[in-house]
Design a protein around this ligand. Structure first.
Ligand code: SAM
Length: 343
Protein backbone atom coordinates (compact mmCIF):
# COMPACT_ATOMS: atom_id res chain seq x y z
CA UNK A 1 0.00 0.00 0.00
CA UNK A 2 1.38 3.36 -0.99
CA UNK A 3 1.60 5.89 1.81
CA UNK A 4 -0.14 9.14 0.95
CA UNK A 5 2.39 11.81 -0.02
CA UNK A 6 3.58 14.00 2.85
CA UNK A 7 2.23 17.52 2.65
CA UNK A 8 4.88 19.93 1.41
CA UNK A 9 5.85 22.21 4.32
CA UNK A 10 5.88 25.29 2.12
CA UNK A 11 6.49 27.73 4.95
CA UNK A 12 9.58 25.85 6.07
CA UNK A 13 10.82 25.48 2.49
CA UNK A 14 10.39 29.22 1.95
CA UNK A 15 12.39 29.91 5.11
CA UNK A 16 15.12 27.54 3.97
CA UNK A 17 15.38 29.53 0.75
CA UNK A 18 15.00 32.92 2.43
CA UNK A 19 18.72 33.57 2.62
CA UNK A 20 19.15 32.96 -1.12
CA UNK A 21 16.32 35.35 -1.89
CA UNK A 22 17.73 38.05 0.41
CA UNK A 23 21.17 37.74 -1.12
CA UNK A 24 19.78 37.89 -4.69
CA UNK A 25 17.99 41.13 -3.79
CA UNK A 26 21.10 42.54 -2.12
CA UNK A 27 23.44 41.74 -5.03
CA UNK A 28 21.05 43.03 -7.72
CA UNK A 29 20.72 46.25 -5.67
CA UNK A 30 24.42 46.59 -5.04
CA UNK A 31 25.16 46.18 -8.75
CA UNK A 32 22.46 48.84 -9.40
CA UNK A 33 20.65 46.57 -11.83
CA UNK A 34 17.32 48.19 -10.93
CA UNK A 35 18.79 51.62 -11.83
CA UNK A 36 19.91 50.39 -15.25
CA UNK A 37 16.52 48.79 -15.89
CA UNK A 38 14.63 51.93 -14.91
CA UNK A 39 16.81 54.04 -17.22
CA UNK A 40 16.85 51.73 -20.24
CA UNK A 41 14.56 48.69 -19.70
CA UNK A 42 13.46 46.35 -21.04
CA UNK A 43 16.98 44.99 -21.33
CA UNK A 44 18.43 41.57 -22.13
CA UNK A 45 20.83 39.94 -19.69
CA UNK A 46 23.76 40.55 -22.04
CA UNK A 47 23.05 44.31 -22.13
CA UNK A 48 22.90 44.57 -18.36
CA UNK A 49 26.03 42.42 -18.03
CA UNK A 50 27.85 44.82 -20.37
CA UNK A 51 26.61 47.90 -18.51
CA UNK A 52 27.46 46.53 -15.08
CA UNK A 53 30.60 44.61 -16.02
CA UNK A 54 29.41 41.17 -14.89
CA UNK A 55 29.34 37.75 -16.58
CA UNK A 56 26.41 37.13 -18.93
CA UNK A 57 25.54 33.74 -17.44
CA UNK A 58 25.71 35.01 -13.84
CA UNK A 59 23.67 38.08 -14.71
CA UNK A 60 21.01 36.00 -16.44
CA UNK A 61 20.67 33.74 -13.42
CA UNK A 62 20.42 36.68 -11.06
CA UNK A 63 17.83 38.45 -13.22
CA UNK A 64 15.78 35.26 -13.51
CA UNK A 65 15.93 34.91 -9.73
CA UNK A 66 14.70 38.49 -9.36
CA UNK A 67 11.89 37.75 -11.82
CA UNK A 68 11.01 34.58 -9.89
CA UNK A 69 10.87 36.65 -6.69
CA UNK A 70 8.48 39.14 -8.30
CA UNK A 71 10.98 42.02 -8.39
CA UNK A 72 11.31 42.08 -12.19
CA UNK A 73 9.11 41.23 -15.16
CA UNK A 74 10.52 39.03 -17.91
CA UNK A 75 9.11 39.23 -21.45
CA UNK A 76 10.57 38.31 -24.88
CA UNK A 77 11.88 41.93 -25.03
CA UNK A 78 13.92 41.42 -21.89
CA UNK A 79 13.71 42.28 -18.20
CA UNK A 80 11.97 45.34 -16.72
CA UNK A 81 11.39 46.65 -13.23
CA UNK A 82 8.08 46.08 -11.49
CA UNK A 83 6.49 49.29 -10.11
CA UNK A 84 7.70 48.31 -6.68
CA UNK A 85 11.30 47.90 -7.91
CA UNK A 86 11.11 51.34 -9.52
CA UNK A 87 9.89 52.92 -6.29
CA UNK A 88 11.90 51.09 -3.63
CA UNK A 89 14.90 49.45 -5.26
CA UNK A 90 16.38 52.12 -7.51
CA UNK A 91 19.10 53.92 -5.61
CA UNK A 92 17.83 57.49 -5.94
CA UNK A 93 14.04 57.18 -5.73
CA UNK A 94 12.34 59.25 -3.05
CA UNK A 95 11.33 56.16 -1.10
CA UNK A 96 14.38 54.12 -2.02
CA UNK A 97 15.32 51.31 0.36
CA UNK A 98 18.70 51.02 -1.33
CA UNK A 99 20.57 52.42 1.69
CA UNK A 100 19.06 49.88 4.05
CA UNK A 101 19.62 47.04 1.56
CA UNK A 102 23.32 47.88 1.27
CA UNK A 103 23.58 48.09 5.09
CA UNK A 104 21.87 44.67 5.27
CA UNK A 105 24.31 43.18 2.78
CA UNK A 106 27.51 44.75 4.05
CA UNK A 107 26.86 44.88 7.77
CA UNK A 108 23.96 42.68 8.89
CA UNK A 109 24.72 39.72 6.64
CA UNK A 110 28.23 39.15 8.10
CA UNK A 111 26.78 39.53 11.61
CA UNK A 112 24.01 37.03 10.91
CA UNK A 113 26.50 34.59 9.42
CA UNK A 114 27.75 34.35 13.00
CA UNK A 115 24.32 33.91 14.56
CA UNK A 116 25.20 30.55 16.04
CA UNK A 117 28.07 32.10 18.01
CA UNK A 118 25.87 35.08 18.86
CA UNK A 119 23.29 32.76 20.44
CA UNK A 120 25.91 30.66 22.25
CA UNK A 121 27.66 33.72 23.63
CA UNK A 122 24.70 36.07 23.90
CA UNK A 123 26.62 38.91 22.33
CA UNK A 124 27.08 40.88 19.13
CA UNK A 125 29.56 39.29 16.77
CA UNK A 126 31.47 42.29 15.46
CA UNK A 127 34.81 40.74 16.30
CA UNK A 128 34.04 37.65 14.22
CA UNK A 129 32.30 39.47 11.36
CA UNK A 130 34.68 42.42 11.06
CA UNK A 131 37.69 41.52 13.19
CA UNK A 132 36.96 44.33 15.66
CA UNK A 133 36.50 44.24 19.39
CA UNK A 134 33.07 44.97 20.86
CA UNK A 135 32.59 48.69 21.18
CA UNK A 136 29.82 51.23 21.36
CA UNK A 137 27.66 50.38 18.36
CA UNK A 138 27.95 53.86 16.92
CA UNK A 139 31.68 54.35 17.49
CA UNK A 140 31.94 51.25 15.40
CA UNK A 141 29.80 52.68 12.57
CA UNK A 142 31.45 56.07 12.60
CA UNK A 143 35.10 54.99 12.56
CA UNK A 144 35.21 55.00 8.79
CA UNK A 145 33.62 57.65 6.59
CA UNK A 146 32.36 54.98 4.19
CA UNK A 147 30.64 52.93 6.90
CA UNK A 148 29.18 56.08 8.43
CA UNK A 149 27.69 57.23 5.11
CA UNK A 150 26.31 53.75 4.56
CA UNK A 151 24.73 53.65 8.00
CA UNK A 152 23.26 57.14 7.64
CA UNK A 153 21.82 56.24 4.23
CA UNK A 154 20.30 53.10 5.78
CA UNK A 155 18.71 55.07 8.64
CA UNK A 156 17.51 57.74 6.23
CA UNK A 157 15.77 55.30 3.90
CA UNK A 158 13.67 53.76 6.68
CA UNK A 159 13.11 57.06 8.52
CA UNK A 160 11.89 58.78 5.36
CA UNK A 161 9.53 55.93 4.58
CA UNK A 162 8.05 55.88 8.09
CA UNK A 163 8.19 59.61 8.90
CA UNK A 164 4.58 60.40 7.98
CA UNK A 165 3.20 57.56 10.09
CA UNK A 166 5.25 58.62 13.10
CA UNK A 167 4.50 62.33 12.66
CA UNK A 168 0.75 61.74 12.38
CA UNK A 169 0.35 58.91 14.91
CA UNK A 170 -0.79 61.60 17.40
CA UNK A 171 -1.94 65.18 16.98
CA UNK A 172 1.20 67.13 17.88
CA UNK A 173 -0.15 70.57 16.98
CA UNK A 174 -0.16 71.70 20.63
CA UNK A 175 3.66 71.68 20.73
CA UNK A 176 5.77 74.69 19.73
CA UNK A 177 9.19 73.08 19.67
CA UNK A 178 10.47 69.55 19.24
CA UNK A 179 13.88 67.96 19.60
CA UNK A 180 14.58 64.70 17.78
CA UNK A 181 17.31 63.08 19.87
CA UNK A 182 19.46 60.82 17.68
CA UNK A 183 17.54 62.33 14.76
CA UNK A 184 20.34 61.46 12.32
CA UNK A 185 19.73 62.92 8.82
CA UNK A 186 16.60 64.84 9.85
CA UNK A 187 14.15 62.75 7.82
CA UNK A 188 11.51 62.78 10.57
CA UNK A 189 12.23 66.41 11.43
CA UNK A 190 11.50 67.52 7.85
CA UNK A 191 8.23 65.62 7.85
CA UNK A 192 7.25 67.23 11.16
CA UNK A 193 7.80 70.80 9.93
CA UNK A 194 5.74 70.03 6.85
CA UNK A 195 2.83 68.67 8.83
CA UNK A 196 3.08 71.18 11.72
CA UNK A 197 4.31 74.43 10.12
CA UNK A 198 4.45 76.20 13.49
CA UNK A 199 6.67 73.57 15.09
CA UNK A 200 10.36 74.45 15.47
CA UNK A 201 12.32 71.23 15.15
CA UNK A 202 15.88 70.58 16.29
CA UNK A 203 17.80 67.44 15.37
CA UNK A 204 20.34 66.44 18.00
CA UNK A 205 22.97 63.84 17.11
CA UNK A 206 26.67 63.08 17.44
CA UNK A 207 29.06 65.59 15.78
CA UNK A 208 30.22 63.01 13.21
CA UNK A 209 26.62 62.63 12.04
CA UNK A 210 25.66 66.30 12.10
CA UNK A 211 28.72 67.11 9.96
CA UNK A 212 27.37 64.80 7.26
CA UNK A 213 23.69 65.70 7.10
CA UNK A 214 23.81 68.13 4.16
CA UNK A 215 23.63 65.36 1.54
CA UNK A 216 20.27 64.20 2.91
CA UNK A 217 18.43 67.53 3.01
CA UNK A 218 15.37 67.86 0.79
CA UNK A 219 15.81 70.31 -2.06
CA UNK A 220 13.38 73.03 -3.06
CA UNK A 221 11.09 72.61 -0.08
CA UNK A 222 9.31 75.70 1.15
CA UNK A 223 8.95 74.74 4.76
CA UNK A 224 10.53 76.08 7.92
CA UNK A 225 14.14 74.99 8.22
CA UNK A 226 15.21 72.34 10.68
CA UNK A 227 18.03 73.15 13.12
CA UNK A 228 20.88 70.67 13.61
CA UNK A 229 22.76 70.58 16.93
CA UNK A 230 25.63 68.25 17.70
CA UNK A 231 26.25 66.59 21.03
CA UNK A 232 26.17 63.41 23.04
CA UNK A 233 22.77 62.74 24.59
CA UNK A 234 24.32 60.83 27.48
CA UNK A 235 26.69 63.64 28.46
CA UNK A 236 25.71 67.02 27.05
CA UNK A 237 22.86 69.40 27.80
CA UNK A 238 19.82 68.69 25.67
CA UNK A 239 18.34 71.51 23.57
CA UNK A 240 15.17 72.99 25.09
CA UNK A 241 11.92 71.71 23.63
CA UNK A 242 8.41 70.90 24.69
CA UNK A 243 8.35 67.65 22.72
CA UNK A 244 11.31 65.25 22.83
CA UNK A 245 11.50 62.44 20.29
CA UNK A 246 13.40 59.17 20.46
CA UNK A 247 13.00 57.29 17.20
CA UNK A 248 14.71 53.91 17.05
CA UNK A 249 17.04 54.93 19.85
CA UNK A 250 15.86 53.10 22.99
CA UNK A 251 16.14 49.61 21.48
CA UNK A 252 19.90 50.02 20.98
CA UNK A 253 20.94 50.58 24.58
CA UNK A 254 21.26 48.52 27.76
CA UNK A 255 19.03 49.43 30.72
CA UNK A 256 21.73 51.55 32.45
CA UNK A 257 22.07 53.82 29.40
CA UNK A 258 18.30 53.99 28.90
CA UNK A 259 18.14 55.08 32.54
CA UNK A 260 20.67 57.89 31.96
CA UNK A 261 18.90 59.12 28.84
CA UNK A 262 15.33 59.00 30.18
CA UNK A 263 16.39 60.60 33.49
CA UNK A 264 17.95 63.48 31.55
CA UNK A 265 14.91 63.96 29.34
CA UNK A 266 12.57 63.76 32.32
CA UNK A 267 14.66 66.34 34.20
CA UNK A 268 14.49 68.92 31.37
CA UNK A 269 10.82 68.31 30.53
CA UNK A 270 8.48 70.88 32.00
CA UNK A 271 5.03 69.73 33.09
CA UNK A 272 2.83 69.40 30.02
CA UNK A 273 5.72 68.69 27.69
CA UNK A 274 6.00 65.23 26.23
CA UNK A 275 8.13 62.39 24.97
CA UNK A 276 7.36 60.64 21.68
CA UNK A 277 9.00 57.26 21.18
CA UNK A 278 9.01 55.62 17.74
CA UNK A 279 9.84 51.92 17.75
CA UNK A 280 8.33 48.67 16.57
CA UNK A 281 6.06 47.82 19.51
CA UNK A 282 5.95 44.09 20.21
CA UNK A 283 2.75 42.29 21.17
CA UNK A 284 2.53 41.08 24.77
CA UNK A 285 3.85 37.62 23.87
CA UNK A 286 6.84 39.33 22.23
CA UNK A 287 6.59 37.24 19.06
CA UNK A 288 4.96 39.76 16.78
CA UNK A 289 5.77 41.50 14.50
CA UNK A 290 8.54 39.13 13.37
CA UNK A 291 10.59 42.08 12.01
CA UNK A 292 11.25 43.31 15.53
CA UNK A 293 11.88 39.84 16.89
CA UNK A 294 14.40 39.12 14.11
CA UNK A 295 16.12 42.47 14.71
CA UNK A 296 16.82 41.36 18.26
CA UNK A 297 19.05 38.61 16.90
CA UNK A 298 21.71 41.25 16.13
CA UNK A 299 22.38 40.94 19.90
CA UNK A 300 22.92 44.59 20.62
CA UNK A 301 22.85 45.26 24.35
CA UNK A 302 19.44 46.86 23.96
CA UNK A 303 16.09 45.16 23.45
CA UNK A 304 12.72 45.40 21.74
CA UNK A 305 9.78 46.07 24.06
CA UNK A 306 6.05 45.41 24.19
CA UNK A 307 3.43 48.14 24.56
CA UNK A 308 3.06 47.55 28.30
CA UNK A 309 6.84 47.66 28.74
CA UNK A 310 7.09 51.03 26.96
CA UNK A 311 4.19 52.33 29.07
CA UNK A 312 5.88 51.21 32.30
CA UNK A 313 9.22 52.60 31.18
CA UNK A 314 7.80 56.05 30.41
CA UNK A 315 5.79 56.08 33.64
CA UNK A 316 8.91 55.23 35.61
CA UNK A 317 10.43 58.49 34.39
CA UNK A 318 7.43 60.65 35.22
CA UNK A 319 5.43 60.50 31.99
CA UNK A 320 1.71 59.89 32.33
CA UNK A 321 -1.31 59.42 30.08
CA UNK A 322 0.89 57.16 27.95
CA UNK A 323 -0.76 56.33 24.64
CA UNK A 324 0.36 53.75 22.11
CA UNK A 325 -0.42 53.84 18.41
CA UNK A 326 0.21 50.69 16.40
CA UNK A 327 0.46 52.10 12.90
CA UNK A 328 0.40 48.77 11.05
CA UNK A 329 3.44 50.04 9.19
CA UNK A 330 7.17 49.93 9.84
CA UNK A 331 7.25 51.94 13.08
CA UNK A 332 4.76 52.42 15.91
CA UNK A 333 4.56 55.37 18.28
CA UNK A 334 4.26 55.91 22.03
CA UNK A 335 3.46 59.32 23.57
CA UNK A 336 3.65 60.28 27.26
CA UNK A 337 3.16 63.64 28.99
CA UNK A 338 5.35 64.93 31.78
CA UNK A 339 3.41 64.83 34.99
CA UNK A 340 2.07 68.06 36.32
CA UNK A 341 3.32 67.91 39.89
CA UNK A 342 1.79 71.16 41.05
CA UNK A 343 -1.46 70.72 43.04
N1 SAM B 1 16.28 58.48 14.79
C1 SAM B 1 16.80 58.00 13.53
C2 SAM B 1 15.82 57.08 12.85
O1 SAM B 1 14.80 56.71 13.45
O2 SAM B 1 16.08 56.74 11.68
C3 SAM B 1 18.13 57.29 13.69
C4 SAM B 1 18.11 56.04 14.49
S1 SAM B 1 19.72 55.31 14.68
C5 SAM B 1 19.31 53.66 15.07
C6 SAM B 1 20.29 55.96 16.23
C7 SAM B 1 20.79 57.38 16.15
O3 SAM B 1 21.24 57.77 17.46
C8 SAM B 1 21.96 57.56 15.20
O4 SAM B 1 21.73 58.64 14.36
C9 SAM B 1 23.13 57.83 16.15
O5 SAM B 1 24.14 58.64 15.58
C10 SAM B 1 22.44 58.51 17.30
N2 SAM B 1 23.24 58.42 18.53
C11 SAM B 1 23.90 57.34 19.02
N3 SAM B 1 24.55 57.64 20.17
C12 SAM B 1 24.29 58.96 20.41
C13 SAM B 1 24.69 59.85 21.44
N4 SAM B 1 25.46 59.43 22.46
N5 SAM B 1 24.26 61.13 21.38
C14 SAM B 1 23.48 61.56 20.35
N6 SAM B 1 23.06 60.74 19.34
C15 SAM B 1 23.46 59.46 19.36
Amino acid sequence: VLKSAAKVPSKILDLMDGFRASKALFVASKLKMFDHLRAKGPLKAVDIANEVGTSVCGTERLLDACAALGLLEKTPQGYSNTDSANTYLTSDGEYSLHGYIIHSNDHLWPLFTNLESAVKEGSRQNHRAFGKKEEDLFKDYYQSQEVKQRFMAAMHSIAHLTARDVATAFDLSQFKSACDLGGCTGALAHELVQIYPNLKVTVFDLPEVIANTSYFQPSGQHTAPVTFVSGDFFKDNLPEADLYILSRVLHDWPDEKVHVLLSKISAVCKPGSALLVAEIVLDEQKTHPPRAVLQSLSMTEGKQRSGSEYKQLLEKYGFTDVQIKITGNLLDAVLGFKENLSP
